[in-house]
Design a protein around this ligand. Structure first.
Ligand code: PLP
Length: 358
């Protein structure tokens, strides 16, 4: 039976979008492939709110996260972590031999401007990485404010941001916020199958990368950039054309909805889940200001068995997510991202209430 996935990725993909994956293949060095890439890139610029170059990578989002920290760090990276995905960025740096330090927040607390300021005041770092929307904690970090700090005090520091679980679901102004490399994946708020990563890059981040000697090959940002910029909007190796067909189509749907409307719909769904969570449980992130608009991490204050709930939900055609890592069973997560509607979220919650007798 088809289960609607209210997990924070992969999410349910609309059938017409899914069917676009079955488009007959074209040669990846053809004019048609260049036109496809160019079209996708123009549309993504509207979603990313950027004039920067858009790069696709046939990998999940992690591929471009690794690419970014490895390619852009000349001196040392300051990695700010508020959970599992911030920690992963630090592991990527370490395993690639990229000098990095990790600055963790207390669980449930954001990366603050003060933390970034304190780290950068040391003068040790030329790159910072921030998780915009931490999918384990359900927290959204103040990326705009951190961007302001960089512009005013540390203009030479590169700003790398993980927007894997938020791009396309909430307002992210890449250019206005001064983000140098902004990374996302297809299987979260963009509502596509997993398998393609997307990033925007500034010229200066590529200039910085040129000074780094060992950038690897498949995930070398300079190589990817050169192909897109100077080799007819193509890629060094064969991209997943199936994803590109579906992405091109889905971006038309997203832009037809209008990004402002799309963001408003996400907030509407978020508010509904938050109100329910507050009534029967509690929300993991205490400060309202930092709540994620694309998923809610709920404190399991009733001590329910999340796996039993999911078993019963499965019989009704739904799936939610347990907590991530250390937060398993003490929290659970409901995503409200991509193409879901408020009515679908209400149906999910109605089913949970019935199962739990709430
Ligand atoms: C899912 C996720 C990732 C990992 O993305 P993949 O596409 O699975 O590689 C990284 N960061 C955040 C915040 C995520 O939610």
């Amino acid at each position: 039976m088809h289960k609607k996935l209210f997990i924070p990725g992969p999410v349910d993909v609309r059938e017409d979008v899914l069917l676009k994956m079955a488009t007959p293949q074209i040669g990846h060095r053809s004019k048609a492939a260049s036109a496809l890439q160019k079209g996708i890139s123009d549309k993504l610029k509207k979603v990313f709110q950027t004039e920067n170059t858009i790069i696709l990578s046939t990998s999940s989002g992690s591929g471009l996260m690794e690419a970014a920290i490895r390619s852009c760090t000349r001196k040392r990276a300051a990695v700010f972590s508020v959970g599992a995905f911030g920690d992963r960025w630090y592991k990527m740096a370490k395993s690639n031999g990229v000098p990095a330090d990790k600055f963790s927040s207390v669980p449930g607390q954001p990366t603050t401007v003060a933390m970034v300021d304190e780290a950068l005041a040391t003068g040790k770092y030329d790159v910072i990485t921030v998780t915009h929307n931490e999918t384990s904690a359900g927290i959204m970090n103040p990326v705009a404010e951190i961007g302001e700090l960089l512009k005013s005090k540390y203009p030479e520091v590169l700003f790398l941001v993980d927007t894997v679980s938020s791009m396309g679901g909430t307002d992210i102004k890449v250019d206005a916020w001064g983000i140098d490399v902004c990374i996302t994946s297809t299987q979260k708020c963009l509502g596509l199958p997993a398998g393609m990563a997307i990033c925007s890059v500034t010229e200066r981040s590529i200039e910085a990368a040129r000074q780094v000697e060992n950038r690897g090959l498949y995930f070398d940002l300079v190589e990817l950039y050169e192909y897109v910029k100077n080799k007819n909007d193509q890629y060094p190796s064969t991209p997943s054309l199936s994803h590109m067909f579906a992405l091109d189509y889905q971006l038309d749907r997203i832009l037809a909805e209008g990004i402002e409307n799309r963001f408003a719909r996400h907030i509407e769904m978020a508010n509904y889940v938050r109100d329910w969570a507050r009534k029967y449980f509690a929300i993991f992130v205490e400060d309202e200001k930092y709540l994620s608009n694309t998923l809610t991490t709920i404190k399991n204050t009733r001590g329910i068995s999340v796996s039993d709930l999911n078993k019963q939900l499965a019989e009704r055609g739904y799936e939610i997510s347990n907590g991530y890592g250390d937060l398993k069973d003490v929290t659970f997560r409901i995503s409200h991202m991509a193409d879901y509607t408020l009515d679908e979220v209400k149906e999910l919650i109605r089913n949970i209430n019935e199962i739990l007798g709430l």
